[in-house]
Write a protein that binds this ligand. Structure first.
Ligand code: ZN
Length: 318
């Protein structure tokens, strides 16, 4: 039996992508195998790439296994699979324009997969970087016509981004990261993407990637709905805590600590990703060093903990 109150540090899994780059090594010091590394699956229990526990009595276990074997750590969460997936994405080139299904559609059409609602925190980006977020079609007919005729410039809505921006992307939203954006993504534990447009790109072997036009048209929200999320900021002596979103599948915060921040989140287990700086996390007598690029889970039922240092952490819970 392992200690169920240990903070769990996770070993990420890296995914090569046609649009990836080297920022995950340059900015986070990760060892990546390819110069086209697009995704760091930082906290993942998904079968397509699971993180491994690095420390304590559960060292060597895959997160998905631990989740089913030790449900107490995760507050006996009702989901039969680890509910969330945290990634860092390096969009060195444009990602395909895409859309994700909701739970009902994914479960019926993708072998019981979850739907995918996601959100993005912009860690870094080039000047004038943008994303595609939503579209201009008022009706399904108009959407289909513009897709079939390749009228992408008229159809897709572009939004400028800067570091620190946050976007909530519910299933059904047409979206894409564009080149020069580095983000932390919190999403449902799903790997289902329907590609609408891929800039007619070819991979190393000269093949284009598959598009999923019928399914994209089925699941897209038309007209586009912009979800205004209200950020809630609270300040204490040592920290600024911003709650970016509290939604159906996840709640996401940023803790900016400069000094000492003590907190209690009894009910939930917490997923943390250090994006800037370093410090330490103290729970009872245990002290865990924290540095940029670390990803961890604070178990459910931990009564109080303290973060000390000069550090920024993105925190989420289901
Ligand atoms: Zn997406």
């Amino acid at each position: 039996m392992g200690n169920k109150k240990d903070v769990l540090f996770l070993e990420p899994v890296f995914q090569e992508r046609i649009w990836g780059g080297t920022k995950l090594a340059d900015q986070f010091g990760y060892e990546i195998a390819s110069e086209l590394t697009g995704e760091c699956w930082a906290v993942s229990g998904h079968p397509n790439g699971q993180s491994m526990i690095k420390n304590g009595s559960f060292a060597g276990k895959l997160l998905g296994e631990l989740y089913t074997e030790e449900k107490e750590i995760f507050g006996n969460h009702e989901s039969d699979r680890f509910p969330l997936l945290t990634k860092i994405l390096d969009a060195n080139q444009n990602l395909s324009v895409q859309v994700h299904p909701n739970d009902k559609y994914a479960s019926e059409n993708e072998n019981g997969e979850y739907g995918k609602t996601e959100c993005w925190y912009v860690i870094d980006c080039e000047k004038d970087a943008e994303i595609i977020f939503g579209h201009t079609a008022e009706t399904k007919k108009e959407f289909v016509e513009k897709v079939k005729n390749g009228e992408w410039e008229g159809l897709l809505t572009r939004v400028k981004v800067k570091p620190g921006d946050f976007f909530y992307v519910p299933s059904g939203t047409i979206h894409a990261l564009c080149s020069g954006v580095l983000i932390l993504e919190t999403q449902q534990n799903s790997d289902t993407t329907y590609r609408v447009y891929d800039y007619d790109r070819k991979d190393k072997k000269g093949n284009t990637r598959e598009l999923h036009l019928e399914k994209s048209i089925d699941v897209s929200t038309i007209p586009h709905k912009s979800m205004d999320v209200v950020h809630k900021v609270s300040k204490t002596d040592g920290a600024t805590v911003t709650r970016f979103v509290e939604a159906e599948y996840f709640t996401v915060y940023k803790w900016e600590v400069d000094g000492t921040y003590s907190a209690k989140y009894e009910k939930h287990f917490l997923i943390g990703s250090v994006i800037v700086g370093s410090g330490e996390l103290k729970i009872n007598e245990c002290v865990y060093p924290l540095k940029k690029g670390d990803h961890f889970i604070i178990p459910s039922g931990v009564e109080e903990f303290t973060v000390i240092g000069k550090v920024e952490i993105i925190i989420s819970h289901p």
